[in-house]
Design a protein around this ligand. Sequence first.
Ligand code: GLP
Length: 249
Amino acid sequence: EKIPLRIFNDKEEGSVYIANQIAATIKAKNELGQKTVLGLATGSSPLRIYRELIRIHQEEGLSFKNVVTFNLDEYYQVEPENKESYHYFMYEHFFNHIDINPENVHIPNGMLSPSEIDEFCQEYDRKIAALGNIDIQLLGIGRSGHIGFNEPGATDTTTTRLVKLNKITIDDAAEAFDGEEHVPLRAITMGVKPILNAKKIFMAVWGESKAEILAKAIEGPVGSDVPASYLQKHPDVLCIADAPAASKL
Ligand code: GLP
């Protein structure tokens, strides 16, 4: 493999492993009085990880007061109150259950007017850089090969920006949006470049539907056909997969 890989029996074990790694970093930094900068993902892949982090907060007292978060992406022209927005997802599944300061939460704004987009995206990347880049970036992978919403064609020099969603991604989102015709065609995504600037990256990959694209990302050539393949160039990345996701490697 060209991306370090750890295979767990199931997503439960893999998710608990990643949550423990993240919690250990936050704890160590808390003790030093330092901030932890997390890059966060949405979708089904990180759900169990967030649930475990909530448990560690509630039962072991891990504090998120010094944690600053940057989400990867948000659908464009979807209001934060919309249940399908990534804003809604993050508060529902994570932020409402921990002691994070809302001022430390950053999620791309899906309701910007066209004239505001460039400035917002540049500012997003500036804020990440000003904090010394992301300490731990959590990623899923889309069946298109995307990380965040960096669809095929996105190079490793891309910064945060407005993008068009790929056909596979729209298909996969159709159920959640009650039909393909309701899926937003665009999104604002963190670029490949700020993702690769993260000090440490965990990519969580579960289920057989991801097996084919995971094999391409890990074993295939590095390039924009499969944006996740750029992780092969990262010095501290770990792919955590369950057995079905790793079945084509
Ligand atoms: C979504 C997100 C990605 C996510 C991917 C996989 O659309 N934009 O950040 O990693 O697609 O989603 P899931 O985890 O539900 O398979």
